[in-house]
Every structure is written in C-alpha cells, then in structure tokens.
Design a protein around this ligand. Sequence first.
Ligand code: NAI
Ligand code: MG
Length: 358
Amino acid sequence: MKTYKIAVIAGDGVGPEVLAEGIKVLDKVAELDGSFRFEFTHFPWGCEYYLKTGKMMDDDGIEKLKQFDAIYLGAVGAPGVPDHISLWDLLLRIRHDFDEYVNVRPVKLLDGAPCPLAGCKKGDIDMIVIRENSEGEYAGAGDWLFKGQPNEVVLQTGVFSRKGTERIIRYAYELARKERKTLTSISKGNALNYSMVFWDEVFAEVGKEYPDVETYSLLVDAASMFFVKDPQRFQVVVTSNLFGDIITDLGAAISGGMGLAAGANLNPERTFPSMFEPIHGSAPDIAGKKISNPLASVWSASQMLDFFGHEAWGAKLIGVIEQVMVEAKALTPDMGGTAHTDEVGDEVVRVLCRNCGK
Ligand code: NAI
Ligand code: MG
C-alpha cells in the first residue's frame, strides 16, 4: 500500500485546531480508498517554540523536512513575536528553500458559502490565482541604512529574474491551456517601470507559444475593482508575490471568507516537498475558543490529494465542503453557525462517508 509521509507544522493560534480536522478527513479518505495511507509526523515549530528556543524551527529543519512527500501547515504568528520573524524564519524559508515557486489559490464560490456581493451565485466566481511564490517583492532584498538616525533610509527591492518570471507565467499558460480557460495577468507596469514592464513583456513573449489561450492584462488597482464589480471576467489569473497575496485575501472575502480559503505552495518538479495550508493566519482574536473554521484546511487537504494524483478524491472533498455549507447542520460562527471546529470536521467526515455509501 502506498504511504504518503506528511510533515505537520500546526503552528500557532488556530493552526493546530484546524489542522486536526484536516488530518481527520485525510485519514478517512485513505480508509475509504483503501489503496493508500497517510503517515503524519508532527513538528512543534512556530512562535511558542521560538519563545522557548529563540528559533522558529530547528537548525536542520529544512533537512528534516526534505524526506517528506508534503508539508501540511496550519498558521504561524503570535503576539509577542514580530511577524516578520515568524513569517521569514519558517513559512517563507520553506517556500524559498524548497523552491515552491507556484502558489495556487482557488477563488471559487460554492453553494452555501457566504458572499458579500449582491446577486452573486455559484459559477459567478470561479477562478484560480497563480501567485509567484519565490521572489518578486518578497525576495527579502534591501537595506536599512543609518538606522534610527534622521537620515534613515530603507530599501525594499523587488527581484524579478527572467527564470522566475518566465516559469510562473508558463505554469499559468499551461494551466489555462489544459483547462481551456482564459488567462489574466495582473501587474502594474505604469508605475513599476522596471519590474512590471518586464513582467508584461515576458507575459506577451511566452504567450506567443500559446496562441490558443485567450489573454487579458490588467493593472492591479483595476483588477481589485473588477474582483468586486465583475469577478466573472477572471478564470486563470497570474500575478506577482505581493499582488497575489493581497488580491487573494480579497478573493477569499468574496467567496466565503478567510475560513474557507486554501493555498498550495508547489514545487512542480517535485524535487522538494510541496506545502499545503489554509491561507488565513493564526487568528489570535478567536484562538483557543474552538470556533475556527476548519473548511479552509479541508480544502487545502483536497489540493494535496490533487497533487498526489487523487483528483477524484480532491473533487469529492470540495463537493462535501459544499454540502456541509448547504445543509448548514454544523458551521462555525464566521459562517453563521454555532458549531465548534471539531464538530465541523466530524460533519465533513459524516457527509463524505454518506456520499461513499458508508
Ligand atoms: P488572520 O487570517 O489570522 O485573521 C484575520 C481575520 O480572519 C480574523 O478576524 C480572524 O478571526 C478571521 N479568521 C482567520 N482564520 C479563520 C478561521 N479559520 N475561521 C474563522 N475565522 C478566521 O490574519 P491576521 O489577524 O492579520 O494575522 C494574525 C497572525 O497570523 C499574525 O501574526 C500574522 O502574521 C499571521 N499570519 C500568518 C499566516 C500564515 O501562517 N500563513 C498568514 C497570514 C497571517
Ligand atoms: Mg496573505
């Protein structure tokens, strides 16, 4: 029987409670399938670990993670630890060191999901955002000169390499071709006169190899407006690290909220493990209350199943999430319910079994 070795980094705040439900669901999928199983190894890394040890992860953490088939991550961030440390020393370190240069974020409105846009229904919002995940504005390049002095200067440099820009744009074209969808590039060439002019050029250049893919280019400010006014115009979207970070929170807001939004950090060559996570943070405002929504981590579990080649199970899980929301027997308060996190996980398992005739 095939065994998938999964490194679990539950992290801080609501991370552990939402991941526990995702793991419950993955174990049930494996049991129902019968041809594969999951072996989960838990790592205690995160902010609590940092407060005890001064480190977000072990020195040989990357080495340890290398032997896994995938990483399942909850959330990192806690009051008392600067966010740039918790983010850079764990999450961004893994994304960089494992060359997880593709961040796949589905923005899809399912039946039963709360949507703040008037008149929007299932099918009106159905896009997949491909965010560059290894360089760009989050390359960590820059300097801090004359710190604390009146002539203080900070530089935060966007890094757009030909290799990095081309490969993410090519990934998006390939996806659009495979799914027979339109492709929209979101940039900001009018103001960012080096990086985004380059981005636009590469988008056009690579596009010559994909004459069958219908393309659009939008400035990020206009794109944000259209996300709200006319989300139907987007199918596959490709954008830079920073813009992708921001517009996918907007995407989450219009398609069910942070409790439902998932993201996959892929190393498409499979040289290193890929990482799957709900895109929300540690939600300190509700941490410990056991009311966090685990559906985002279930959705990211479905992305993991897709990546392992079990697309039918991935799709089944999305169907289950939808049924759970439509039936509304167990939903957390962010979705208007009164259920606890684990009750939603149990409900997902119940509906999954029911759909499989078990
Ligand atoms: P957040 O995503 O943690 O919370 C934003 C809002 O969404 C809060 O009102 C929260 O209660 C709600 N929310 C988030 N997840 C939810 C869930 N599963 N169910 C129900 N409601 C949910 O973002 P925030 O507050 O800006 O950041 C909190 C901490 O998380 C910070 O330390 C930040 O650096 C970190 N962070 C970590 C991320 C990661 O690990 N991938 C991503 C974003 C933020
Ligand atoms: Mg974000």
